[in-house]
Design a binder for this molecule. Structure first.
Ligand SMILES: [Zn+2]
Length: 324
């Protein structure tokens, strides 16, 4: 790492050589130690993560870091953040499907390449990518699929840190369409041997103070586990229910809705459900029940979908499920 840490990443793009600026923040410890990265706002509507990254950097600048360094990109997709859009407005790309990026590629690939290279240059101990989810969802920690024997060390390190957050730790499904997780920031880092995890910090679009507080507590726990800050006795608000201690929880969108209609949710974010438990009903325009939705696995409800208009194949719930 160069002695002076840059204050921003600049990407020149397009026929008119427009400049795209991405701000960088840093907090340096009193002595050498681990390197941690925080990235937020890769999806522009996920403003809670942006607020969380800013808040923790503010606290670190006030209270100081005991050792090591924390670097942050609090707004990785600034023009998308300014309009609360998921994709990059200029190129309509999902930045979190553009990693590890490409130097002379599309705007999204170029932004990704710059972010990816500045992070990897510092050889971080952990990269925390902050996101937000459905409006009705609890914060949780997501870990990408096992990237293979060669990356075992990084995966185990990421898993260990994930457990330090105090949130429910959810393993990503391996068979997602086209293994798209490999093109995410965390997935592409992990498959190159750099420990990385994703924190889903509650609902998108608005800054929810409770979720920001929970996110700050989770990140503080991670930094304390690396002896970079003094531990606080604040516990994250959404911990793994004791029932699941030691169990591997996997992300699940099942059961999917089979009929058309309006969903009436009977299980809420944070609820524990058992197989065959009734978790929702689908009603038609005449308020007649067309479908009774039952849980497939034992698990925790992570979120209820933002819309209640269902159709066959609709995923009304996200679960952290015990699949084995
Ligand atoms: Zn996201």
């Amino acid at each position: 790492m160069k002695k002076t840490f840059p204050r921003e990443i600049t990407i020149i793009y397009g026929l008119k050589n427009k400049a795209y600026h991405i701000k960088l923040l840093e907090a340096r410890g009193k002595s050498a130690g681990p390197t941690v990265w925080l990235v937020a706002g890769i999806h522009g509507e996920e403003v809670g993560g942006v607020a969380t990254a800013r808040e923790i950097m503010k606290q670190l600048s006030r209270k100081g870091l005991e050792r090591g360094a924390v670097y942050a990109i609090p707004g990785a997709n600034p023009t998308a953040i300014s309009v609360k859009a998921r994709s990059i407005p200029e190129s309509n790309e999902d930045l979190n499907r553009s990693f590890p990026g490409k130097k002379n590629g599309s705007l999204g690939k170029r932004i990704a390449e710059q972010i990816f290279s500045i992070i990897t240059e510092t050889k971080p101990n952990i990269v925390l990518d902050l996101h937000n989810d459905w409006i009705a969802s609890i914060p949780y920690t997501l870990i990408d699929p096992y990237p293979g024997l060669r990356r075992r060390k990084a995966f185990l390190a990421a898993e260990k840190i994930a457990n330090e957050t105090g949130f429910v730790v959810v393993h990503e499904e391996e068979e997602t369409e086209g293994a798209s997780w490999r093109k995410t920031l965390s997935g592409s880092l992990l498959s190159r041997g750099i420990p990385a995890i994703t924190l889903e910090l509650g609902g998108a679009f608005t800054v929810n103070k409770t979720n920001v507080k929970a996110g700050v507590a989770a990140i503080w726990n991670v930094l304390a586990s690396l002896k970079m800050v003094n531990p606080r006795d604040t516990k994250p608000l959404f911990q793994t229910p004791p029932l699941f201690a030691g169990a591997t929880l996997t992300y699940s969108g099942e059961p999917k809705i089979k009929t058309k209609g309006t969903v009436r949710f009977l299980a809420c974010p944070g609820d524990i459900v058992k197989p065959k438990q009734i978790i929702a009903e689908v009603i038609d325009a005449k308020r007649k029940i067309r479908e009774t939705v039952k849980a497939k696995y034992t698990g925790v409800v992570l979120g209820n979908a933002d819309t209640t208009s269902a159709y066959p194949g609709f995923e009304a719930f996200a679960f952290a499920a015990v699949k084995k």
